[in-house]
Write a protein that binds this ligand. Sequence first.
Ligand code: FE
Length: 254
Amino acid sequence: MGAIELYRDGDHVNTLLDDATGIGLAVQANHHLIAHGKTGIILDPGGHKVFTQIFGDISNYLGGGELKYLFLSHQDPDIIAATNGWLMVTDADAYVSALWIRFVPHFGVDALVEDRLKPIPDEGMWLDLEGAQLMVLPAHFLHACGNFQIYDPIAKILYSGDLGASLGTDYREVPDFDSHVPYMEGFHQRYMVSNVAMKRWAKMVRQLDLEIIAPQHGALFRGEEMVNRFIDWCDGLPCGLDLNADVYQLPPKP
Ligand code: FE
């Protein structure tokens, strides 16, 4: 598992844990740890295949500190499958959209720990990490109907979940926006629900002071110019129902 420090200032450290190539058929995923003082939050911790390794890495990077939160951007298996394991071996609370609270337990959440699965209201919220405030922003329909992102105002990083995901690149930071588009275009056109959502999201995040946008899969966007190129691209991208409204046809007879 590769690890890169995205930001460090005093006792505030943002680390990217990258499972490099994915495992077999499983899609490559990025897992993020934000540590502040003696506490930490892990974002989209992933499924069973990476659980043991990520848990070991987290323990190293927290240096004796404690994991306070798991943040689950939405309900996909590459994000929530190992939630029970995390709740069993840490004292952390797991935050997920209120829409998914009753679905996550189907992956198996022990009765002993299910009260530590906490709902995020539709409008979002703030999480307190020993005095560092993290913003939980609504990013519904991008792609899940109950979907959130995290903004860290200290590191100026927006953790964008599946938005900005790319597949098949061998770089960790986007070097050239135009040549990167083919690695994310098909995914966004099919998984993101509508340009209506993209436009509203773009308007919301333009209010943030951003240095990095870090998606859950593939390469990240660093620097004001690259970040703005990405937001502009989302703003203008037809996707989901804009392109696929004709999909509702009965399949042809075999
Ligand atoms: Fe997803």
